[in-house]
Write a protein that binds this ligand. Structure first.
Ligand code: LHQ
Length: 257
């Protein structure tokens, strides 16, 4: 049983809710351990074909719990022990991960959203690279993902000026995929997650793996990786189903393998 997160599986979707609302879902040690554990569970469960990370209450996540850090803590060690493995775990999970950003995403809470594959934004959500306000640098993959998502100049601006931006501003700079109204939030997030869960999961995993690797590869290497991935995708049962459905003029029923 988890204490700081709620984890449930419904209709092929794993829902991971950060659950320290009185602390705006800031990461204490327990929550770092439990998020990693719940993600492991979702990755392992073959029934699960998409993963949603969201927050309880009015925030998505306020980053590191600043009240729970001991004075003599080596922040480098803290990152190496908890945050960095979590970000690497998320990149290595070959299922789509959706950040359903219900409210404020700050500091490492924003990094967590950036490490997801999709970001759905509630119209109430806001985004702040809070690190600078406590004299820290962006961490937990923030300096990797932010410039790749919004471009170098905008990343620098957000990281150094540390201004809070709204959901609509986040959409305008490409930080989030979609802004959703409060009234249709649950329904639209569920529909998005369930749609992803009905897609060819194995192929999604390959796309995720090789798009990530493309940043460190040259054209020749990417071409070879595409050929390798396409050989695997071409042998999947979802590919066979996709072709059969196309020829029979019907909707495909993908099983995820
Ligand atoms: C919090 C927090 C919080 C504890 C709100 N902790 N209680 C990695 C490795 C090593 C070391 C350090 O850091 C890192 C990565 C990081 O994440 S560094 C950045 C850490 N995060 C921040 O600096 C964000 C701090 N929070 C804020 O700036 C604001 O609270 C935001 C902008 C998130 C929300 O503002 P408001 O909506 O005005 O809410 P509030 O400030 O009134 O907060 C509500 C409560 O939540 C309040 O508690 P209280 O008992 O007074 O009601 C806050 O103290 C608590 N809270 N963030 N990170």
């Amino acid at each position: 049983m988890y204490e700081t997160v709620v984890y449930e599986v419904k209709n092929r979707v794993a829902w991971l809710t950060l659950n320290r609302p009185e602390k705006l879902n800031a990461f204490n040690e327990q929550m770092k351990i439990e998020v990693k554990e719940a993600l492991k569970e979702a990755a392992k469960n073959t029934e699960v074909r998409s993963i949603v990370i969201t927050g309880a209450g009015r925030a998505f996540c306020a980053g590191q719990d600043l009240q729970s850090v001991k004075e003599d803590t080596d922040y480098g060690d803290l990152l190496r022990k908890y945050y960095n493995p979590m970000v690497q775990q998320m990149a290595s999970i070959e299922k789509p991960i959706i950040a359903a950003i219900n409210g404020t995403a700050a500091g490492a809470g924003l990094s967590l959203a950036l490490a997801c594959d999709f970001r759905l934004a509630s119209e109430k959500s806001s985004y702040i690279e809070a690190f600078i306000h406590v004299g820290l640098v962006p961490d937990s993959g923030n300096m990797y993902y932010l410039p790749r998502i919004v471009g170098h100049a905008k990343a620098l601006e957000l990281a150094i000026l540390g201004e809070k931006i709204s959901a609509n501003e986040a959409k305008n700079v490409g930080l989030v995929t979609q802004v959703i109204s409060v009234e249709s939030w649950d329904e639209e997030v569920t529909a998005f997650a369930e749609k992803l869960a009905s897609m060819p999961t194995k192929t999604i995993g390959l796309i995720k793996r090789y798009l990530n690797q493309s940043w460190d590869s040259n054209l020749q290497e990417v071409l070879e990786k595409e050929a390798y991935a396409q050989k695997i995708a071409g042998q999947s049962s979802d590919h066979k189903e996709g072709i059969a459905a196309f020829l029979e003029k019907r909707k495909p029923l993908f099983k995820g393998n």
